[in-house]
Write a protein that binds this ligand. Structure first.
Ligand SMILES: [Zn+2]
Length: 61
């Protein structure tokens, strides 16, 4: 099943595990800051999630 990532607008084949994000409030906040219209229930690809996760890990925010 294909879906569209709400952050980067790419078409993705595999579905991201959003259950993962929901436990990471800080991650959600970062995404919402950059994408105010985004919601955790919207489809998001692994790449975007990993990107924000990496930002936190690197301590850049
Ligand atoms: Zn994406």
């Amino acid at each position: 099943m294909k879906y569209k990532c709400q952050i980067c607008n790419r078409e993705i084949d595999d579905f991201a595990s959003l259950a993962h994000i929901k436990t990471e409030e800080y991650l959600l906040e970062l995404i919402r800051r950059d994408h105010p219209e985004w919601h955790e229930s919207k489809q998001t690809c692994h790449k975007c999630v990993d990107y924000y996760r990496q930002l936190i890990k690197d301590g850049e925010i």
